[in-house]
Design a protein around this ligand. Structure first.
Ligand code: ADP
Length: 379
């Protein structure tokens, strides 16, 4: 091979190597450019973990107000629908937060597609330059309890006003009739009736406020059912004799329940008392106590005025009376059934009712049976 040929080959090899290196370099360069930059995560790292432990319902919105993250509750509460914030009020809060970066708070009532309206405390805050977070705390239960409490206080005040007002008027009447002994005696007797009603009402309000939580009493003991029934019948003896109502008792022997004796006494006595109160003269009230599986069923049946279907659902509400004028005349406070219901719940039982207007009513207190050998080991 001559020198020229050698140069030619060396040149060709050099050009080939150069071209390959250039190609590889260009290729790698292109690859490098083609690899996208690592995207900065929209939701800051760790944020999801924090959001998942919050007790509030959370919703994360991106810069176009699309929902990025939302807890399941957000949909149930009607805050999020189709990856958008549904209530206008919350959308307006989000806009305000985007405008000035200030945290916004508000208490709202949200109309749910299904179910009752939800009461929520909403807080909207900027999370990053692009993200906005919506926190909603469901206060529906709290609001319901608050409403019940407010109604209860209003009802108690109203109920107390009646006997107190009557006592006031009767006291004035006594003062004016001071020279008429007969009238004084008549007014004094009515004063006594009103003050008894007042005492009964105050006692029932105290009983009810103790029972409200439906928690087992600290004073639970073993209670003999036959004694409970006998005492309840005894409690209404005067009134039943006056109305010539016969109270018959059929109680299985040796039945025991475990509970607060005073509470159970109040409940059974109340059932018998009402059976007598709402029954006509000369009728019959039947009290039975029997075992049914692991339950003791204490039933009080009467042939009295009965209760119509729609009323039946409401008689366990506090201060509810089917016929307020009649109940007032009989000294009813409208708290009796409510007390029975809470006594049942506090002692692990329930209360059932069957009633037919004109035919009568049967109230049944169902309590878990107490078995000496079995239950005593547990207690
Ligand atoms: P009250 O102290 O006024 O009797 P309750 O809560 O015990 O209040 O009862 C609520 C209402 O239910 C009563 O006003 C009465 O109208 C009705 N009711 C309760 N027991 C009977 C019953 N045995 N027969 C007919 N109605 C009854």
């Amino acid at each position: 091979m001559d020198i020229d040929a050698a140069y030619l080959i060396a040149g060709a090899v050099g050009a080939a190597v150069g071209a390959t290196v250039t190609f590889v370099w260009l290729f790698s360069e292109r690859r490098q450019n083609a690899v996208p930059e690592e995207p900065t995560p929209l939701v800051p790292p760790g944020a999801q973990a924090v959001l998942s432990v919050l007790s509030s319902t959370t919703v994360l919105l991106d810069s176009s107000d699309t929902v990025l993250e939302a807890s399941a509750q957000a949909v149930a509460l009607g805050i999020v629908r189709d990856r958008r914030i549904e209530p206008d009020e919350i959308r307006a809060m989000v806009q305000q937060v985007r405008r000035d970066g200030q945290v916004r708070e508000s208490n709202l009532t949200l109309q749910r597609r299904r179910g009752l309206p939800a009461h929520v405390s909403v807080r909207v805050a900027p999370l990053t330059s692009r993200l906005v977070i919506v926190l909603a705390l469901d206060r529906t239960d709290q609001q319901r309890v608050e409403n019940i409490r407010r109604d209860f206080v209003a009802n108690v005040s109203h109920e107390l006003k009646t006997p107190v007002g009557a006592l006031n008027l009767l006291a004035e009447a006594v003062a004016e009739a001071k020279d008429d002994p007969e009238s004084v005696v008549r007014f004094a007797s009515r004063m006594q009736t009103e003050s008894e009603r007042l005492t009964r009402l105050v006692q029932q309000i105290i009983d009810l406020s103790r029972l409200q939580n439906d928690v087992a009493s600290d004073d639970a003991t073993t209670v003999k059912v036959d004694e409970l029934v006998a005492e309840a019948c005894e409690h209404s003896a005067t009134e039943s004799e006056r109305k010539r109502i016969e109270i018959s008792r059929t109680v299985e022997p040796d039945l025991l329940v475990h509970g607060d004796r005073a509470q159970l006494h109040a409940a059974v006595s109340n059932l018998v008392e009402n059976a007598v109160t709402y029954s006509p003269e000369g009728s019959r009230v039947v009290v039975t106590a029997a075992l049914a599986g692991d339950d003791v069923r204490i039933s009080v049946a009467d042939n009295g005025i009965g209760i119509a279907g729609p009323e039946l659902e409401r008689i366990f509400e506090r201060f509810y009376r089917v016929d307020p004028a009649r109940a007032r005349a009989t000294g009813g406070t409208g708290l009796g059934r409510s007390i029975v219901k809470h006594v049942a719940a506090s002692n692990g039982g329930t209360v059932d009712v069957w009633s037919e207007p004109g035919a009568g009513s049967t109230f049944t207190l169902v309590l878990p049976r107490f078995q000496h050998d079995l239950d005593e080991e547990i207690l």
